[in-house]
Design a protein around this ligand. Structure first.
Ligand code: ATP
Ligand code: MG
Length: 272
């Protein structure tokens, strides 16, 4: 196994009196997808905010290529090649595809004595990068990001990260609001990023999505690592139970599926 690109060593995080993360140790490697699983409020987003410079750990360290680093700002993490697509927002709906792809790093061209934003070049590069990921419906870099579908926006964000040489790609619930087809597309893009040698951290509540891309799984329960295993080491049922914070969900899920199969797809009434 290769050396980890990025690691947390004994990281804890408190917000005032609230302890959110306890003594977290984890490692991510090039060409691997680490799935971060856990119930609502388990601390997943807080953990990735520490990895992306939004929050600083209360104790413990972050290592990159074996050396201790500090990310004082999101910019510092981004400069080290950590690209994060956060759970909520992150794109600018009123920006064009070309603009948002290059925000902060716009290509320029000479215009008399001045250098101005090179819209045509920006659009060409952005559209090509997104199409390389199979989103062939996008052919106009002037289109506004706000008019893209959720899956297309994810593709744009991931393509952008790769274009700017990210080594670690962090995706916080990229498939949560997507339909089956769009989610499948994002999962394909995750596999493509992995094939290109990125380390990916992927957060999801959907066990099948996790199982279809994950090489390595870390489960958080109430801010602590409750399980850490590799692909093939646990069944779908075991993973489902762990994701629900250790409750026995898999049997309930099977019961509901069975009921729906025999009742024309209707869910059971409460207290059935
Ligand atoms: N800035 C903050 N101040 C105080 N508490 C916070 C802060 N950010 C997060 N928390 C708390 O930390 C806990 C973990 O939140 P977090 O967003 O990391 O969970 P999550 O695992 O991402 O959940 P979800 O699956 O719902 O996205 C929650 O109880 C939350 O209220
Ligand atoms: Mg979250």
């Amino acid at each position: 196994m290769s050396a980890p690109i990025l690691a947390l060593r004994g990281v804890s995080k408190s917000f005032g009196p609230i302890d959110v993360l306890h003594d977290i140790t984890l490692e991510v490697r090039a060409g691997e997808v680490l799935c971060l699983l856990g119930d609502n409020g388990a601390g997943k987003s807080t953990l990735i905010k520490i990895l992306s410079g939004v929050h600083q750990p209360t104790s413990g360290t972050i290592e990159m290529d074996g050396r201790t680093v500090t990310f004082d700002t999101p910019r510092a993490a981004a400069d080290r090649g950590i690209a994060t697509v956060h759970q909520f927002g992150g794109t600018f709906p009123l920006m064009s595809i070309g603009r948002s792809f290059f925000v902060g790093a716009e290509p320029t061209k000479r215009w008399g004595p001045l250098r101005i934003y090179d819209r045509r070049t920006a659009n060409e590069i952005a559209v090509k990068a997104v199409r390389d990921f199979g989103i062939t419906r996008i052919d106009d870099g002037d289109r506004l990001v706000g008019g893209l579908s959720g899956g297309e926006r994810q593709a744009l964000a991931i393509a952008r990260a790769l274009h700017f040489g990210a080594r670690v790609l962090i995706l916080d619930e990229p498939t949560a609001a997507l339909g089956v087809k769009q989610a499948t597309h994002v999962l394909r893009i995750v596999n493509e990023a992995k094939r290109r040698g990125l380390a990916v951290i992927f957060i999801t509540h959907q066990v099948m999505h996790a199982m279809s891309v994950g090489d390595h799984f870390t489960v958080l329960i109430r801010g602590a690592v409750a399980a850490d295993f590799r692909k093939g080491e646990k069944t779908r049922e075991e993973i489902t139970d762990l994701m629900a914070g250790g409750a026995s969900m898999a049997s309930l899920e099977a019961e509901i599926e069975g009921y729906m199969a025999s009742h024309e797809g209707h869910p059971p009434p409460p207290h059935a």
